[in-house]
Design a protein around this ligand. Sequence first.
Ligand code: PLP
Length: 437
Amino acid sequence: KYYHDDSDSLKDSYCGYYGANEQFRSKLTAKELVFQVLKNRVDNIDVDRCCPGAEDPFFVADMGEIYRQHLRWKMNLSRVKPFYAVKCNPDPEILRLMASLGNGFDCASKAEIDVALSTGVDPSRIIYAQPCKTKSYIRYAAQMGVKQMTFDNADELYKIKTNFPNAELYLRILTDDSTSLCRLSMKFGASLDVTRPLLELARELDLNVVGVSFHVGSGAEDPKAFCKAVQDARVVFDQAVEVGHEPHTLDVGGGFSEDRFERFAVILGQALDTYFPPHIRIIAEPGRYYVASAFTLAVNVIARRIIQDPMDPSGNTHRLYLNDGVYGNFSNTIFDHQHPEPQILSCLDDSVASPLSHRPSQEIAYSIWGPTCDGIDIIAEHAILPGVVGVGDWLYFENMGAYTRCSATRFNGFTDNHEVIYISSEAGARALLNYRT
Ligand code: PLP
């Protein structure tokens, strides 16, 4: 994860795009590289004189991080072909990288099918993995040649019969998602007592069931959920064969996360090898795993209030107001149950240490608020920062790549489309994306 003086390509692309100075030569970790890019960008903004919105939040996206996640996937789950879940972050550069890496796409709507196809991939590399689809979107999938799609109920089969009788169908089954951050089985998935009648109905309608799919819930904590789901999928595979279908693919969905990946991969890999012989194709729909750690968000402190509070041991409570909040890129605090942690990017007060300076500092607890007029717009109730942060200072938040930008709104007139600065800390990704080398 280190980048050396002799990496001319990195030096050129970095200097070319972001105006790095001559000091940018020594060994940098990927995180340090991202920090430098963030810092250079904000150092060029004068919040006392800039045009309206020039201090808006922005992302730095390290495509090298996504590339490393892909290599990690290949090393640990070589049997499973990823179909990236577009919903998680439909950024066009991410999709371009996914397509170059040979991955497929999991789409949930017409618009997602369009962005996936715009990368130039063959429609066979797309699965329309939404068991309850809009009729006109089913017809659109047919028109675009996107054959693979999921179902979990009888009405969906009748809809597909009328609108796309040649579709390749995956029966999505219920899972135990009780340990997941975002539970999905309360909404989707056929229980094992209805799978056989559904498969029989599909047969009667002369529809083509090619596989079984499941999703253990996003942000899953217990890898045993995968074991049970794979076992259940085996039962449904056998039912499909008994009914007269010829299933050939298992779709193990998403639910993988960066921090627990290896543990999950071992358990899933063993279950797959136990229940599904090598001729069965295995695909997955990872979203969060690929992109969460690749995006870092920089935000500006637009206001501060220090309130006398006799209940607080320090006598005061400190509130910071940022130019992004839960109606914007911090939508992940509400929809994705995340707890983003602020760090200092740039602070007028020199005594406040940035996380990379390793200087001792005086800690202050802040509550952190968004820019809208709504009281619900709070990003963190209790965040510790190393010193006195003031108006005009910059904070940054790591791990902001999954379920952030895509679920932002324009409430109160704020933009939902913030700038993204793309870099790559890996030569492999730079080459694939044709970033300047
Ligand atoms: N596939 C489907 C059908 C989903 O609903 C989701 C997320 O909601 C995903 C894949 C991606 O899940 P994750 O980001 O946990 O990998």
